[in-house]
Design a protein around this ligand. Structure first.
Ligand SMILES: CC(C)(COP(=O)(O)OP(=O)(O)OC[C@H]1O[C@@H](n2cnc3c(N)ncnc32)[C@H](O)[C@@H]1OP(=O)(O)O)[C@@H](O)C(=O)NCCC(=O)NCCS
Length: 206
């Protein structure tokens, strides 16, 4: 019986649970710092908070952090790594991941996503529904590609950056760390760290 512990009982957590259950896990259990005020998520039980998860790791064959906020997800994952938790990556069976792509630990790849050869995805990333990561792209840790993001070949994305739904990035562009790219934007040139950009073409939001 393979049982997965999921930290983060949110909408994103529901999708992560669904991916786990259709990719070889027999059961999932949630942990969330809002426990015990919050004790269930749809059909799934929330059985404790972060500390409880750390105290009960031996009961689970793996765990994953399902928190949408990039910084919090990354922090929680680092804490779990420091106690040698068995962090797993999850790939929806209807995602296409090249055998030549590299996936970091704790990363989740959702339905319809495509990761082409020599794409490198860091730890604790989210490659959301239908996102396309072309050949030779490099994503640092804790990046979130929202649904339908399209990265052309050789794009680099820095740590904890978030690309909004439907945004597209031209080949070989470098997006810095902690960047927010607005929904539907088209990124044609490099973006500095800590920027918020949006539009077609993407420009800084004042
Ligand atoms: C970029 C973003 C973070 C800005 O949010 P915000 O700071 O709350 O900004 P506001 O909504 O106050 O908008 C500020 C201005 O930027 C514009 N703007 C905001 N998002 C924009 C976008 N994606 N494209 C173009 N312009 C945008 C607004 O129209 C507004 O312009 P105005 O001042 O002329 O009226 C947000 O709009 C966004 O795109 N988030 C991504 C959501 C997403 O992809 N979710 C997927 C979850 S999986």
């Amino acid at each position: 019986m393979k049982k997965l512990a999921i930290l983060g009982a949110s909408g994103h957590g529901k999708v992560v649970a669904d991916i786990a259950l259709c990719s070889g896990w027999d059961d999932v259990v949630f942990f969330d710092d809002a426990w015990p005020q919050k004790s269930s998520l749809g059909p799934w039980q929330i059985v404790g908070d972060s500390a409880d998860l750390i105290g009960s790791l031996a009961q689970y064959q793996g765990c994953v952090v399902a928190i949408g906020d990039n910084i919090i997800r990354y922090q929680k994952q680092k804490v779990l790594m420091s106690v040698e938790a068995d962090l797993v990556s999850l790939v929806h069976p209807r995602a296409v991941v090249s055998p030549y792509a590299i996936l970091g630990v704790g990363t989740v790849v959702m339905a319809g996503a495509i990761l082409n050869p020599f794409a490198q995805i860091g730890d604790a990333c989210i490659v959301n529904t239908g996102a396309i990561v072309e050949h030779d792209c490099q994503l640092a840790d804790a990046v979130h590609l929202s649904p339908q993001v399209a990265l052309a070949g050789g794009v680099c994305v820095g740590v904890a950056s978030w690309l909004g739904i439907g945004s597209s990035v031209k080949q070989l562009v470098n997006i810095g760390a902690h960047v927010m790219v607005g929904a539907g934007s088209v990124v044609l040139a490099d973006i500095a760290d800590n920027s918020v950009v949006a539009g077609v073409p993407a420009r800084p939001l004042l």
